[in-house]
Design a protein around this ligand. Structure first.
Ligand code: HDD
Length: 699
């Protein structure tokens, strides 16, 4: 029997084995006519007819006796498992992590001390609020979960693309999620924060304000999963051989830099390609453009933590890089698409409690609650305490203990004992001195209470710091996002309460949002337990500051038609590909066009089905006749109008001017002649931020 390749570091797609086959060996493989494997029931019975059920007469009725029909339908009826209560929609890829700098001084964890070792990983990226079948580009936080199959067991770093969280204590999580999910009486909206229950809860939760600033920024509109940062969020502990502990925060930094879409673009992508992010990742892996992230750490001692102007155990706070710089310690490369979406992406089970010796938890009350929730949810999602035996979840190092039995037990342990200690089987597994030890933290001598530490009470200083650290376009996007979201809130007092919170963050922001909502007067500021203080601006909190001067990983669309100038297309393609971009040809007909040199050029996409939102910049190379014709084609006019509105560079030759005119495109630094390929590529690397105030009434 052909074996499915499962090496985690093999490249591209690993298997062409379309039909899962199980059995004891080649000798048992039953063959069908034509030398293909025989179709069998799950019991191995060869099937002679897979098209017709067993009937009493040719026109029925169907017989209960048809065990083949019943087996097939029963299995089908049970194909679905509960989707994740959050992060249901996800995309995952295999790869590896390689350590480049040892943290031996701080930890015993082999994954963080053995330089050059390649550790297999499986990374899953997700939206939070929507169901498994929802679109890829709503305004939403993105999950960034990485399972590292280390020599000492699986380490799951279950993070997000934003370094802080909405709430400080896990006991509030079910309420937060109920508020954001579709409203229970009406069953909508799907995958959206822009509705009453979310903002009602948020307006009553001042600790959420910092995360709200991030959620309203373009961080929640990533251009690609490959262009997002990832954060472990909580402080964790590293513990070294002497038992000393150092706090650590983990950061994933994309080598492609950060890129986001703009809101109108994200909305249109949702219609044009609901799988935009999944397809982007799939194509990147298929074409060998393997995404990479640096893993960086912020390390700090208890004494340093005590001097921070916030409590690092509070997950609504981050540690500015200016306070504790990042040290890059390794790199993750994703290079293999899963063989089977359900078996891997759906069944992978992440738990923040999965750590390895040398990595320990902090007392962050959000993290502490998470340590319970994930194992618990996997039991109902995957239906058995043996979910760790599924290939995607099983450690790649040996594992052994005396846990036994349970639903769907796949292992067949041998021997007489299933308890420890035992003397009957001296070779059975025993605890080891190299095993996991919790850091011996003094637990204090306070009294038990349900209380929020006073050090968690400042809800506004870092929200203000975030807002004031942004560039002007980014601030405008935050204000516009708040206006959009709150404009969907029907309840006036919720809108007012939110603007009242914004007053504690930044007066100008509050005024912009109040104006955008048409409030006659600013509502009163919300009572603040601790008034915001001014913190120094921190540029690494921006997206724009973290964009890279490259087209790597990005896409350029060139619209052509019959008689388009072949030399111009060639020059544009060459320059774009040299800058790292993928070039796609768009034409009114999928068959492409015959160019000025008489040669045919096939299209990658048909115009109406390939709008400019699929690209980072566009070029139009058209004959005079084609330009005039396409000026009357809505898809062509929208192609340029949207590219312009989404602040993208546009290159157009003389023939294409008619389309630009029909789209009302005004000349600016981002609108170039198609023969100026160098100028176009330079402009394509960034968005035309200066254009925005001229075409959009920003809040
Ligand atoms: Fe969570 C899934 C990230 C707080 C309870 N969470 C889940 C996933 C990610 C995160 C990326 C998807 C994993 C996957 O791809 O399978 N969650 C976070 C982050 C948080 C956070 C970064 C705060 C810092 N989560 C959080 C709290 C609780 C949960 C406070 C409960 C007390 N999260 C869950 C869950 C999920 C989950 C219900 C749903 C599916 C799953 O676990 O496997 O247990």
């Amino acid at each position: 029997m052909a074996k499915t390749k499962t090496s985690p570091v093999s490249k591209g797609r690993s298997s062409d084995n379309a039909t899962p086959r199980r059995g004891h060996g080649d000798e048992l493989q039953q063959m069908a006519d034509g030398n293909q494997p025989a179709l069998t029931t799950n019991q191995g019975l060869p099937v002679s007819d897979n098209q017709n059920s067993l009937k009493a007469t040719p026109r029925g009725p169907t017989l209960l006796e048809d065990f083949i029909l019943r087996e097939k339908i029963t299995h089908f009826d049970h194909e679905r498992i509960p989707e994740r209560i959050v992060h249901a929609r996800g995309t995952a890829v295999h790869g590896h992590f390689e350590l480049t700098r040892s943290l031996e001084k701080y930890t015993t964890a082999k994954i963080l001390t053995e330089k050059g070792v390649k550790t297999p990983v499986f990374a899953r990226f997700s939206t939070v609020a929507g169901g498994a079948g929802s679109v890829d580009t709503p305004r939403d936080v993105r999950g960034f979960a990485v399972k590292l199959y280390t020599k000492e067991g699986n380490w799951d770093l279950v993070g997000n693309n934003i370094p802080v969280f909405f709430i400080q204590d896990a006991i509030k999580f079910p309420d937060l999620i109920h508020a954001v999910k579709m409203e229970p009486d009406r069953g909508f909206p799907q995958a959206a924060t822009a509705h009453d229950t979310f903002w009602d809860f948020i307006s009553l939760t001042p600790e959420a304000m910092h995360m709200v600033m991030w959620a309203m920024s373009d961080r929640t509109l990533p251009r690609s999963l490959r262009m997002m940062e990832g954060f472990g969020i909580h402080s964790f502990r590293l513990v070294n051989a002497s038992g000393d502990s150092t706090f650590v925060k983990f950061h994933w930094r994309p080598r492609l830099g950060l890129q986001s879409t703009v809101w109108d673009e994200a909305v249109k992508i949702a219609g044009a390609d609901p799988d935009f992010h999944r397809r982007d990742m799939f194509e990147a892996i298929q074409t060998g453009q393997f995404p990479e992230w640096d893993l960086a750490v912020q390390l700090f001692t208890q004494e340093e933590a005590d001097a921070f102007p916030f409590d690092h155990l509070d997950a609504t706070k981050l540690i500015p890089e200016e306070l504790v710089p990042l040290t890059v310690i390794g790199k993750m490369t994703l290079d293999r698409w899963p063989d089977n979406f359900f078996a891997e992406t759906e069944q992978v089970a992440f738990c923040p409690s999965h750590v390895v010796p040398g990595i320990d938890f902090s007392n962050d009350p959000l993290l502490q609650g998470r340590l319970f929730s994930y194992l618990d949810t996997q039991l109902s999602r995957l239906g058995s305490p043996n979910f760790h035996q599924l290939p995607i979840n099983a450690p790649k190092c040996p594992f052994a203990n005396q846990q036994r039995d349970g639903h769907m037990q796949m292992a067949q342990p041998k021997g007489r004992t299933s308890y420890e200690p035992n003397s009957l089987e001296p070779g059975s597994a025993r605890a080891t001195t190299a095993g996991f030890r919790s850091f011996a933290e003094l637990a204090g001598d306070g009294s038990k209470s349900r209380i929020r530490a006073e050090s968690f009470a400042d809800h506004y200083s870092q929200a203000r710091q975030f807002y004031r650290s942004q560039t002007r376009p980014e601030q405008a996007h935050i204000a516009s996002a708040l206006v959009f979201e709150l404009s969907k809130v029907e309840t006036a007092h919720v809108r007012e309460a939110m603007v009242g919170h914004l007053r504690n963050i930044d007066d100008d922001l509050a005024q912009r949002v109040a104006d955008g909502l048409g409030m006659r007067a600013l509502p009163p500021a919300q009572p603040a337990a601790v008034a915001a203080t001014d913190q120094p601006a921190s540029p690494p909190l921006q997206i724009i500051g973290k964009m890279k001067d490259t087209l790597k990983g990005r896409a350029i669309g060139i619209l052509i038609h019959d008689d388009s100038d072949a030399a111009t297309i060639k020059a544009l393609r060459k320059a774009a590909e040299a800058a790292g971009a993928t070039v796609k040809i768009v034409a009114p007909r999928l068959g492409g066009a015959r160019l000025s040199d008489g040669k045919p050029l096939a299209a990658d996409g048909q115009l109406a089905g390939t709008p400019s939102v699929m690209f980072d910049a566009v070029a139009l190379v058209l004959s005079e006749a084609a330009g005039k014709m396409l000026a009357r084609e809505a898809a062509a006019v929208d192609f340029v109008r949207d590219a312009f509105g989404h602040l993208k560079a546009i290159a157009a030759d003389s023939g294409a001017q008619a389309v630009l005119k029909a789209g009302g495109i005004r000349n600016d630094a981002g609108v170039l002649d198609a023969t100026d390929s160098a100028g176009f590529i330079k402009a394509a690397k960034t968005r035309q931020w200066d254009r925005e105030p001229k075409l959009r009434l920003l809040a």
